[in-house]
Design a protein around this ligand. Structure first.
Ligand code: NAD
Ligand code: TDX
Length: 332
């Protein structure tokens, strides 16, 4: 039995990861989360108190981070400012949390020689043309487009430098777009599902031809666990489930699954600098660590996600009005 420190465990992927660790290991978990607007304490409130300790705090708080890392065998760092649209309106919390927060964690795991896994995104690689035959791989050069992706790219590079210069016991994963339960309604898929529940048309940025490579959050987390347990120190692993689809097709599928005509959506203002396409080649993860996704049919995972939002309105309702008010200001 070991002790995991999971940062950002009250956010979307982190909360699902805490559940994954509880269900699949006998480890104790401490969650460190600032409880920003993106968090929902309710996502982890019902978990067993004898296995999960919650600490409200900031990853930029060096003393707190050092104290929590002292007691941890493994640190998995999910905490971040995560939404591209917000990073275009105000980059400052992205620079602070994503860069300074990662720096503080690296200093602490360096001091205590603690195993560290860094959660990152495929957006660090920039974007691909729609007809590019290549996908992102571990050797693709970094080329981030937005303040969010630039801050994540910088945090990845800090990890690589701390491995090389200080021998920190770290691994990095870069994953594609996640969907599933407990995702904030600002994000594309839950925004459209909850809009339809509220009788509002889905909102497509621009022409909707941008492609994302969708993966169910449980598959992301099973890959993270494989890397934590069996990954080679100093290595980067790309996580993806061959789920490329353009935004228009995703909206049409949501509309169909929810019993509406497939064309009843609105086009709204495009995102400035909008990345065209992300696509992950996860061959290294599959061959080196024997990982494979459990969700191989996007429509099935999406239908289950729609059911979850229908059944858990009490979870997302408190965030919905403020989120839509912010989008309305941007004409989105
Ligand atoms: P999220 O926005 O849902 O959750 C982020 C969590 O971090 C929140 O609970 C928030 O309160 C917490 N947090 C923010 N600033 C903090 C700080 N200074 N100190 C402590 N806690 C803080 O994000 P998510 O979608 O769950 O993403 C988690 C991680 O996965 C991020 O690192 C993100 O870059 C990465 N990622 C996300 C996706 C995706 O599709 N959502 C894909 C690939 C990688
Ligand atoms: O209402 C919308 N309409 C729309 O067309 C919203 C919210 C988004 N979009 C488009 C923009 C993107 O092309 O849908 C796509 C997905 O948008 P987001 O959910 O905002 O995700 P994205 O910007 O692709 O980034 C996500 O995946 C990578 C996560 O938010 C990041 O944290 C992760 O790193």
């Amino acid at each position: 039995m070991g002790s995991y420190l999971i940062t950002g465990g009250a956010g979307f992927i982190g909360a699902n990861y805490v559940r994954h660790v509880l269900a699949n290991t006998d480890h104790q978990v401490t969650v460190l989360d600032k409880l920003t607007y993106a968090a929902s304490k309710a996502s982890i409130d019902s978990l067993p108190a004898d296995r999960v300790t919650f600490v409200q705090g900031d990853v930029c708080d060096a003393d707190l981070v050092d104290r929590l890392v002292t007691d941890a065998d493994v640190v998995v760092h999910f905490a971040a400012e995560s939404h591209n649209d917000n990073s275009l309106n105000d980059p400052s919390p992205f620079i602070r949390t994503n860069l300074v927060g990662t720096y503080e964690l690296l200093q602490a795991v360096r001091k205590h020689d603690t195993r560290y896994h860094h959660i990152s995104t495929d957006e660090v690689y920039g974007d691909l043309e729609l007809d590019d035959p290549e996908r992102f791989s571990e050797s693709t050069p970094y080329n981030p487009s937005s303040p969010y992706s630039a801050s994540k790219a910088g945090s990845d590079l800090l990890v690589r430098a701390w491995v090389r210069s200080f021998g920190v016991q770290a691994t990095i994963s870069n994953c594609s777009n996640n969907y599933g339960p407990f995702q904030h309604v600002e994000k594309f898929i839950p925004r459209q599902i909850t809009n339809l529940i509220d009788g509002i048309h889905p909102k497509l940025y621009g022409a909707g031809l941008n492609v994302r490579d969708w993966i169910h959050v449980d598959d992301h987390n099973s890959a993270v666990q494989a890397i934590v347990e069996r990954g080679v120190i100093g290595e980067t692993y790309l996580i993806g489930a061959d789920g490329e689809m353009n935004n228009k097709s995703v909206v049409e599928l949501i509309l169909t699954l929810m019993g509406h005509p497939a064309d009843s959506y609105d086009h709204v203002n495009d995102r400035p600098g909008h990345d065209m396409r992300y696509a992950i080649d996860s061959a290294k993860l599959r061959s080196d660590l024997g990982w494979a996704p459990a969700y191989t049919h996007f429509a099935d995972g999406l239908a289950a996600t729609i059911d979850w939002y229908r059944a858990n309105e009490a979870w997302w309702r408190p965030m919905k009005a403020a989120t839509e008010a912010k989008y309305a200001q941007a004409g989105q």
